[in-house]
Design a protein around this ligand. Structure first.
Ligand code: HEM
Length: 433
């Protein structure tokens, strides 16, 4: 349903939500949660026009661009407190994503910006191009490729090993760790203890692995390896509070968690959206062959807008706050409210993104929220964006690239929101089943 046109449904989501909530207040939010997974575009279209700030007993759902960005910009009111009780125990300590405006958050965000600088982009592109071309060349004779397992994951594993400096013996392990932990942090709204326990177990396994990697590096004196891990280990900050091995490990873990599934999920969604639009695919493939990075990237970010992997960012409101003050939407959000800032909806708000139903690769960057907004905006945005755009850039111009008919052509998700398989046709039609 993610590709459905943006229209109001005949009977209306709000009407159905309100009748369900009238029967039992707990039913309404459960119904909304289901629609958020499968019918987000028409649901958000209706909410933006009829109830842009929807208060429910379980959460408040915010859908217009100025209100979503107001939530994400105001870290002192709309905090990340909700993440701390989940993520900190999994990592063994606080990380920048679970703290608002603390000295640790300030210092480590700055440090990690230095560790992941825009100057690394050419090197990341080269590594990605090499890995992606190898994977694609190997797949061409078979006439098909599982884009998740044979392209996106190998590229991300290579980035972890060569750029971050974190090789893993079992390439499936980082995906397992990050899925278990991020599901608990971002999607366990009901606080299921089993989901939390799985996250703690994954966190222990991940931190043990990273600790062994760090000991190996310290013992091997590989501080000059030129990767991000080596930079982190080689950074000494005299006279400042700790930037010790524990803080380094927690930031390395944050880097893996921030990168892996977001990159794989985003590439899957954006490639599917491009291939659903033959005109857009042709134009993007043409632009991808040229040297103008901004020009071809515009095609990719626009495709992702039609189905962002990360549709909602959650915050906890810690002080009563008048949201959208002075507008007809003005709503008081009480302290203690869980707030769902629907970035996927904001990017279809016609007051900020003109003619949102049209595929327009030349939209200005400030209309995109793929990497968040405000004080917690993605610290890995430069290498992260390079991985996504360079991988897709290598894939798109391949002759015969196409979506396959169902069931193969459907993005397979075995358990949760994370893609597991996505078969694409390559080369001559007869090669692909
Ligand atoms: C090198 C790759 C990446 C690294 C190291 C990374 C790391 C991080 C970290 C540490 C944060 C928390 C920042 C803070 O709290 O101040 C963050 C936030 C975020 N990242 Fe990334 N990330 C990467 C790639 C990506 C990708 C590919 C996407 C999706 C397209 C993405 C989307 C986001 C978003 C939406 C947030 C905001 C979360 C929020 O506000 O709650 N990141 N990232």
């Amino acid at each position: 349903m993610g590709d459905a046109p943006q229209h109001l449904t005949a009977d209306g989501y709000l009407g159905r939500y309100e009748s369900a909530a009238a029967r039992d207040p707990a039913n309404g939010p459960a119904l909304l949660a289901g629609w958020l997974r499968s019918e987000w575009r028409p649901l958000f279209a209706e909410l933006r026009s009829r109830r842009p700030i929807l208060r429910t007993p379980a959460f408040t759902l915010v859908t217009r661009f100025p209100d979503v960005t107001e939530v994400l910009r105001n870290g002192d009111v709309f905090t990340v407190d909700g993440y701390a009780s989940r993520l900190d125990p999994a990592l063994g300590g606080p990380v920048m994503l679970t703290r608002d405006g603390t000295p640790m958050n300030w210092r480590e965000k700055g440090l990690m910006q230095v560790m992941l600088p825009p100057e690394d982009v050419p090197r990341v592109r080269e590594l990605v191009a090499r890995t992606a071309d190898r994977a694609l060349d190997a797949a061409v004779p078979r006439g098909r490729i599982d884009a998740v397992g044979e392209l996106f994951r190998p590229v991300c594993t290579a980035v972890c090993a060569e750029y971050f400096g974190l090789p893993v013996p079992d390439p499936a392990a980082p995906a397992r760790w990050s899925r278990a932990i991020m599901t608990d942090v971002t999607a366990n709204l009901a606080g299921d203890p089993e989901v939390h326990a799985a996250s703690l177990a994954a966190g222990r396994e991940m931190m043990d692995h990273l600790r062994r990697a760090l000991e190996g590096r310290r013992a091997g004196g590989a501080a000059d390896a030129g990767d991000v891990f080596a930079r982190m280990l080689g950074t000494v900050l005299p006279g400042t509070p700790a930037w010790d091995d524990e803080r380094i490990l927690i930031n390395v873990a944050g880097m893996l968690l921030g990168f892996l599934e977001n990159a794989v999920g985003s590439m899957t969604h954006l490639v599917r959206q491009l291939l659903l639009r033959p005109e857009a695919h042709r134009a993007a493939a043409l632009a991808a062959g040229g040297p103008d990075t901004a020009a071809f990237e515009g095609h990719f970010w626009e495709a992702l807008r039609f189905d962002p992997f990360l549709k909602i960012i959650t915050r906890v409101c810690v002080r009563d706050h008048v949201l959208a003050a002075g507008t007809p939407r003005e709503t008081t959000v009480p302290a203690g409210t869980l707030v769902l800032a629907a970035v996927a909806s904001a990017m279809f708000d016609e007051t900020a993104v003109p003619e949102p139903g049209l595929f327009r690769p030349d939209r200005p960057p400030h209309t995109r929220l793929h990497f968040g907004h405000g004080p917690h905006a993605c610290v890995g945005v430069h290498p992260g964006a390079a991985v996504i755009t360079e991988t897709v850039r290598r894939l798109l111009p391949r002759p015969g690239l196409r979506l396959l008919d169902p069931p193969d052509g459907v993005v397979a998700r075995d358990r949760d929101v994370f893609p597991d398989r996505f078969w694409l046709g390559l080369g001559d039609e007869s090669g692909a089943r």
